[in-house]
Write a protein that binds this ligand. Structure first.
Ligand code: ADP
Ligand code: MG
Length: 251
């Protein structure tokens, strides 16, 4: 089996007396979608924030593309190949689709003498970033909206835009927090198609409540309740687990 691109071991995050994430381990593999489900308050977003470096864990370790990420800023973790989206829409409404993606792409840059891009002339460097943005917008299915103001596109397209912003940093690992939230059926189907496309060449953690989407997309499924993993395995194994049915699926 291939090495995980991201490997988290025994992650715990305490907020005062509450263990929002309690001894959770996850592996994310290339070309695989690892879905994380669980009721509100289970700790799914907190887990995402730990993996992306937005929150430091109380204990536990995270390895991304072979490097321990402890003490790294979210920007530095992004440069190591991690891209994430947020549960709440996180775009600049007054800006065009292009400018949103361009800003996201830029945010990863920062000067590093080890980045060969930084030794190119400014014009070369710009054309490299612009190409990345064009590709990300195309992959997310928004080429026809490139010059449209973000606030005026549909909710579904705004969530596609967030994916494009994430892709513009060329991540190998994608963490998506409820990308289908608030979508109608047609929008949700379009997003599922997009996620299936992104599965290739990425390792993905998908936090999602839409069970049709989860069972369509997931190669591995982890169920969290009260900060803890109560089941993890193939979607079929997890679906058949009586504890999961009692606690969450309500079947
Ligand atoms: P989920 O995404 O599964 O709905 P969260 O990770 O958002 O769950 O929250 C898990 C638990 O941690 C909840 O009880 C929530 O209130 C708590 N929590 C989340 N973030 C914070 C924070 N910054 N400070 C204190 N408690 C928090
Ligand atoms: Mg959440």
């Amino acid at each position: 089996m291939s090495q995980p691109l991201l490997s988290a071991r025994n992650l715990t995050k305490r907020f005062g007396g509450l263990a929002a994430v309690n001894d959770v381990s996850v592996d994310l593999l290339r070309d695989r979608i690892h879905a994380v489900i669980g009721p509100n308050g289970a700790g799914k977003s907190t887990l995402t924030n730990l993996l992306s470096g937005d929150l430091p864990p109380t204990s536990g370790t995270i390895t991304l593309n072979g490097q321990a990420t402890a003490g790294h800023s979210p920007e530095s973790i992004s440069r190591l190949g991690l891209g994430r989206s947020y549960q709440k829409t996180n775009i600049f409404g007054p800006f065009t689709v292009w400018d949103n993606v361009r800003l996201a792409a830029q945010s990863r840059e920062g000067f590093s003498p080890w980045n060969p891009l930084n030794w190119l002339s400014p014009a070369h460097r710009l054309s490299g970033i612009n190409l990345r943005c064009e590709r990300a917008i195309e992959l997310a299915g928004l080429t026809h909206r490139t010059q449209t103001v973000a606030a005026t596109i549909s909710h579904g397209e705004q969530r596609q835009l967030e994916i494009a912003m994430t892709l513009a940093t060329e991540p190998t690992v994608l963490l998506l927090d409820e990308p289908l939230a608030g979508m109608g059926q047609a929008e949700a189907e379009r997003m599922v198609e997009l996620l299936l496309k992104l599965k290739k060449d990425h390792a993905m953690m998908l936090v999602e409540h839409d069970m049709d989407a989860v069972f369509t997309l997931a190669d591995q499924l982890t169920v969290m309740v009260n900060g803890q993993v109560i089941a993890s395995g193939s979607p079929e194994q997890v679906r058949a687990d009586p504890m999961v049915q009692a606690a969450y699926l309500g079947e």
